[in-house]
Design a protein around this ligand. Sequence first.
Ligand code: DAH
Length: 369
Amino acid sequence: MTDATDITRQTLAALGVSTAADLAPHFAAVRAEFERDAATITDDATWKSLRDLWMGRKSGVLTRITDNWLKPSPPELKRVVGQELNQLRAHVEQRLDALQQTLAAAAESQTLARDRVDLSLPSVQRPLGSPHLLRQTFAEIERIFLSLGFRVVEGPEIETPYYNFEALNIPEHHPARDTMDTFYLAMPPGAEPRLLRTHTSPVQVHTMESQQPPVRIIVPGKVYRRDNPDATHSYAFHQVEGLAVDTDVTFCEFKGTVEHFVREFLGPTIKTRLRPSYFPFTEPSVEVDASCFACGGSGCRLCKNSGWIELFGAGMVDPAVYGFVNYDPERVSGYAFGLGVDRLSQLKYGIDDVQLFFQNDVRFLRQFS
Ligand code: DAH
C-alpha cells in the first residue's frame, strides 16, 4: 500500500494536473491520509510524530506541498492550490489541537480514577476515653454534699507534721501516728520536716485557720501511706474529708447527714448504724456501717455474716482541735468524716481488687463509661 502523501514528493506537472478539477482529488487523497493517521493517535508520543510528519518545518507534508505543488504552479493554478493548501493547513491544525485536548482529558480522568477517594469507607476509629471510675465516684460524692450546702475545697499533698498530726490532736509519740506509715521527704539538715499527707484531714485545719464558722466543706484528694500494694492496699489512695462547724451543729444533724449520704450513695433501702470508735480529732468517734446491700442484712460472705459493712470513720469534732485554730469550743460545735473513695467505689461497684484503679486497663475502665 502506498502512502497517499507520496504524491506530495512530486510536482503537479509530474502528476498530470493542469486544472482545478484535476487538483481536487489529490488534495482529497492527502486529507484522507491525514485522517487515517489521526485515527491511530493513542498518546503524546504518537501525537507528536503525527504533528512532525505533517507540520514539520523542513520536510513536513504541508511544507512539501508548498515546495512541490504551490511554488512551481503556473499562475492560473496557484490561487486554487493556495486556497486548498490553506484549508488543509487549517484542518490539520484544528484536528491536532482537538486530539491534544482529548489526550489531556483522558490523562486527567485516568489520574482522577487512580487517586479516587472513597468517601463511603469507614474512617480510622479513634477510641474515646471516659472518666475514670474513681473520678465518677468523686463526682457522685460531691454531688450529694453540694446539694446539702457543702463547698468543695482542696489542700496541699505535701504537709508539715503540724497540719497532718499535731493540730489534729495527734501529738508526737501518739500511737495513731504509727497506724499511718508516713512518707517523709528528704530535707536539708535543720529544715522543718515535710511529709506526704496521710489523710485529707489537715485541710480541716487550713480551712478553719482562714475562715470563721459557719464552715461546711468537703475535701477530695490523694493521700499517701507506706503500705505494700495488694488487693486492699496501695501507697496512694483517695479520700473525701468532710467538716461542718457552726454555732448549733448537733449530733442529730451529724447523724441525719450521714444517713442521707449513705442512702443517696448506696440506695434508699440501705440502713445506717453508728458504732463507737476512736479518732484523736473527734469525740465521740464512730464507724459508719451500712446494712449489707448484698444480702439485705441477713448475713453473707460480703458482710462476713454480720449483716453490716463498715463504710467510713466520722465523729463530732474534738474541742481540742478548735484550740489549734482559735475557734471557741464554748460557742461552736461540729462534725467531721473521712470517706475512703477507693473503698466506697469498690463496695458500690463490686470491685475486689483496688489495684484495678491504678492499672488503667481499658477493658476494666470501659465497663464504667
Ligand atoms: N483521717 C482519717 C483517716 O484517714 C479518717 C477520718 C476519720 C476522718 C474520722 C475524719 C473523721 O474527719 O472524723 O484514717
